[in-house]
Write a protein that binds this ligand. Structure first.
Ligand code: PLP
Length: 398
C-alpha cells in the first residue's frame, strides 16, 4: 500500500453511524423523506439560541475584521479563556486558570489533543466505561495507546469493582462521559466519588498520576433537576474536554476547550504537553470567530425542553411497548435492550420498518441499539406505530 494502512482502513470503513445515516438518505430518496425515521445521528435538532445568531452578526460588523478572522494565540484568545473560567467558577464553584485552558475545535479535538498529551508509551492503557463513544478507540490508538473498556453494572452504571480490577501499572488515563453517549445515563456523585477514590489509591500505588479525562459535550443537556458533576471537585488530576457542539447546537462550527485542573500534578507541564499536542496535530488555533462568539454565549444553552419532551414521549411509548432501557436523564439518546439479546435482531427489525437505529457493538456493549432522539417531535410521533409493530414482531406485544 502506498499510504498509511491504519489511516486507509479508517477512511475506507465508515463508522456504523455514518453508514446508517447514508443509507437513510438513499432510502428517503426511494420512499419519501416522511417515511424514513432516522434516529442514527447525534446532530442537535434545536436551533442555536437566538442570541448566538445576534452575536455572530454583531461580531461580523466589528470594525476590526483582521483580528476577528486572524490567528489567535495557539491556546486561544486570553480574554475568551478568562470569561469561560469566570462563568465556570460562578456555576460550579471551581476556579480554572485561563493559563491552563486551551481552545479547541470541539470535543473530538479536545480528546485527541489530550490523549496525545498524556500517552507516553505503546504499553499505555486508556480506560473507559462501557458503553462509550466509539471514536475513543480511534483517538486512543492514534495517540499510540490501547483502549480498555470496563463493562457496566446494572442500569448501565459504572461498575466500581470492575473498574478497580481493570487498573494496572500501564493505566495512564480514564475517560469518563456523563451525561453519557450512548446511554443518556448521568452518573451519580457517589459513583464519581468512588471512581476518584480508586484513582487516588491507584495513582499512589503505581507512583504516577492517572488522569481523569472528562468528556463533557452533554454537560448542559441534563434533565430531572440533575446537575452534571464538576469533576475537579472530586479528583485533582482532571482534564476537562468541553464542546459547544451540543449545548449551543454548533457541531459544524467546531468549538470547545480543554481545561487542565490547576490542582493536577505538575499542571503547567501537563498543559505544555497539551499545547504541544495541539501543535503537532496541526490545529494552529480554534476558529477565531467562534472563540469570540462563545465568550459572549458561554452561559447560554439551546432549548433543552425540546429534548426532554422527546425523551418523555419516546421513553414512555417504548416502555409501554415492552422495551427496556436505562433511564436517560441527559444527552439525547436512548439505549434500548434488544429483546433477543442480539443488537442486530432489533436494528434489522427496525430497519425493515424504515426506523434507523444504531446497533450497540461499536459502543463497547452487545445487545442494545442507540436511538438518537435529537429529531423533531413530529417524527417521533409518526414513528411510534412502527415501533409498536417492531415490538410485536419481536414478541414483546401480543
Ligand atoms: N464525545 C462524545 C461523547 C460525543 O457524543 C461527541 C459527539 O457526538 C463528541 C465527543 C465529539 O463532539 P464534537 O462535535 O464536540 O467534536
Amino acid at each position: 500500500m502506498i499510504c498509511n494502512e491504519k489511516m486507509y482502513a479508517l477512511g475506507a470503513k465508515r463508522s456504523v453511524i455514518r453508514e446508517l445515516f447514508e443509507y437513510g438518505k438513499k432510502r428517503k430518496s426511494e420512499v419519501g423523506e416522511e417515511n424514513v425515521y432516522d434516529f442514527s445521528l447525534g446532530n442537535p435538532s434545536v436551533p442555536p439560541p437566538k442570541a448566538v445568531k445576534e452575536a455572530i452578526i454583531r461580531l461580523l460588523d466589528t470594525p476590526n475584521e483582521t483580528a476577528l478572522h486572524g490567528y489567535t494565540s495557539a491556546q486561544g484568545d486570553r480574554g475568551v479563556r478568562a470569561t469561560i473560567a469566570e462563568n465556570y467558577a460562578e456555576k460550579y464553584g471551581f476556579a480554572f486558570d485561563p493559563e491552563l485552558m486551551y481552545m479547541t475545535c470541539g470535543a473530538a479535538a479536545s480528546l485527541a489533543i489530550t490523549l496525545n498529551a498524556v500517552v507516553k508509551s505503546a504499553e499505555d492503557e486508556i480506560l473507559t466505561f462501557a458503553p462509550f463513544f466509539p471514536e475513543y478507540r480511534v483517538f486512543t490508538e492514534k495517540a499510540g495507546a490501547k483502549l480498555v473498556s470496563v463493562p457496566p453494572a446494572a442500569g448501565l452504571d459504572i461498575d466500581v469493582e470492575a473498574f478497580a480490577a481493570a487498573i494496572n501499572a500501564h493505566t495512564r488515563a480514564v475517560i469518563i462521559n456523563t451525561p453519557n453517549n450512548p446511554s443518556g445515563v448521568v452518573y451519580s456523585d457517589e459513583k464519581i466519588r468512588a471512581v476518584a477514590k480508586v484513582l487516588e489509591a491507584a495513582s499512589l500505588k503505581y507512583g504516577a498520576p492517572i488522569y481523569l479525562i472528562s468528556d463533557e459535550p452533554y454537560r448542559e443537556l441534563i434533565f430531572d433537576g440533575k446537575k452534571a458533576p464538576c469533576l475537579p471537585l472530586f479528583y485533582k488530576d482532571v482534564i476537562v474536554c468541553y464542546s459547544y457542539s451540543k449545548a449551543l447546537s454548533l457541531p459544524g462550527d467546531r468549538i470547545g476547550y480543554i481545561a487542565v485542573s490547576p490542582q493536577a500534578t505538575d499542571a503547567q507541564e501537563l498543559y505544555l504537553a497539551v499545547c504541544g499536542a495541539g501543535r503537532a496535530l496541526g490545529y494552529v488555533c480554534a476558529p477565531s470567530l467562534f472563540q469570540f462568539l462563545v465568550k459572549e454565549c458561554d452561559k447560554l444553552t439551546g432549548d433543552i425542553n425540546a429534548y426532554r419532551e422527546n425523551r418523555d414521549l419516546l421513553y414512555g411509548a417504548l416502555t409501554k411497548y415492552g422495551f427496556t432501557s436505562a433511564y436517560p436523564s441527559g444527552a439525547f439518546y436512548l439505549f434500548v435492550k434488544s429483546p433477543t439479546g442480539n443488537a442486530a435482531d432489533l436494528a434489522d427489525a427496525a430497519k425493515a420498518e424504515d426506523v434507523l437505529v444504531v446497533p450497540s457493538d461499536s459502543f463497547g456493549c452487545t445487545g442494545y441499539v442507540r436511538i438518537a432522539y435529537c429529531v423533531s417531535k413530529d417524527m417521533i410521533e409518526r414513528s411510534l406505530p412502527a415501533f409498536e409493530r417492531i415490538a410485536r414482531k419481536l414478541g414483546l406485544l401480543k
